[in-house]
Design a protein around this ligand. Structure first.
Ligand code: OAD
Length: 282
């Protein structure tokens, strides 16, 4: 179906302002598995992490007693190990063109900044490794220099994170949002300020099952076109912000779905727009 590509290209070439929403799928080609794809997703590979159930890796109670699996994930994902993908570079190109209102990401890998996007252009809805705090105990809430956590995480074995725990009076956790925790205030502020400005919402590489992020699709103004680029069709029951998600099948719908890999789609879009030279310089 060429329609999503054509309609997105027409809007972008006429200067449309774009809000982008991303999930783990945009980083899969960087080598970071997503969560829910059967077989390859992190939640199907629990044996390796010794988790009792999938979401335990982002569960505060579980972390309090058993921090090793999450700390192992931190070591694996600590920024520096992976490079930005073509999709991240496309988002940077939208920014360079002055058309990106904001990129809302659920990802904690900071590959948007690796692609050159300034931090102000990104909302890290589920946090990232830019900061760290003590999660429990007498030191709860104390800010910890993130380089100290990094050193402890990259060290093989438990002695450095245990020493950090002793130094700060509790387990130290990077500022990543666990289940049941509040999203950063910036998420809600930007959700309110940015979506009204969008002519086009592009949603890529997410199953749209985690709230409140999934509900954000409803925050695009009624006149905005909403485009989903994903391996599977999702988001048709992403309730929130007064709406109920995508409606791809309605007559004359403003919602478009392209089924496939996001890197392939953005490459075709860049080509169609005649933006290839600029894209390759990013
Ligand atoms: P999921 O793993 O739930 O969904 C990833 C989606 O991307 C799936 O629909 C895949 O089919 C699709 N996908 C995978 N590779 C793709 C590709 N190359 N191109 C296009 N689509 C692709 O990941 P998220 O929706 O990001 O929470 O998960 C949301 C949250 O759940 C995460 O932020 C995480 C997790 O628990 C925290 O980190 C707190």
């Amino acid at each position: 179906d060429a329609e999503p590509l054509e309609r997105a290209a027409a809007l972008l070439s006429s200067g449309a302002k774009v809000v982008v929403m991303t999930g783990a799928g945009v980083s899969v080609s960087a080598g970071i598995p997503d969560f829910r794809t059967p077989g390859s997703g992190l939640y199907d590979n629990l044996q390796e992490y010794n988790l009792p159930y999938a979401e335990a890796i982002f569960d505060l109670d579980f972390f309090q007693n058993t921090p090793q699996p999450f700390y192992r994930l931190c070591k694996e994902l600590w920024p520096g190990n992976y490079s930005a993908t073509p999709t991240h570079r496309f988002i940077k190109l939208l920014h360079d063109k002055g058309q990106l209102v904001r990129c809302f990401t659920q990802n904690i890998d900071s590959l948007e900044t690796a692609a050159g996007l300034p931090k102000e252009a990104v909302v890290a809805a589920h946090g990232n490794f830019d900061g760290a705090h003590v999660a429990f105990g007498k030191g709860a809430g104390t800010e910890v220099p993130v380089d100290e956590l990094k050193e402890a995480m990259l060290f093989d074995g438990e002695e450095k994170w245990r020493a950090l725990n002793a130094k700060y009076g509790g387990l130290v956790k990077p500022d990543i949002v666990f289940f049941g925790e509040q999203l950063p205030a910036r998420f809600f502020e930007c959700a309110m300020a940015d979506f009204p400005k969008a002519d086009l919402l592009i949603v890529m590489g997410t199953s749209l099952v985690v709230q409140p992020f999934a509900g954000l699709v409803n925050n695009a103004p009624p006149a905005a076109t909403r485009l989903l680029v994903n391996r599977e069709r999702v988001g048709e029951d992403s309730f929130g912000f007064g709406g109920r998600g995508f409606d791809f099948d309605a007559e004359g719908s403003r919602d478009l779905f392209h089924q496939g890999d996001c890197d392939g789609f953005v490459a075709d879009l860049v080509e169609r727009l005649g933006w290839r030279a600029e894209f390759e310089r990013i």
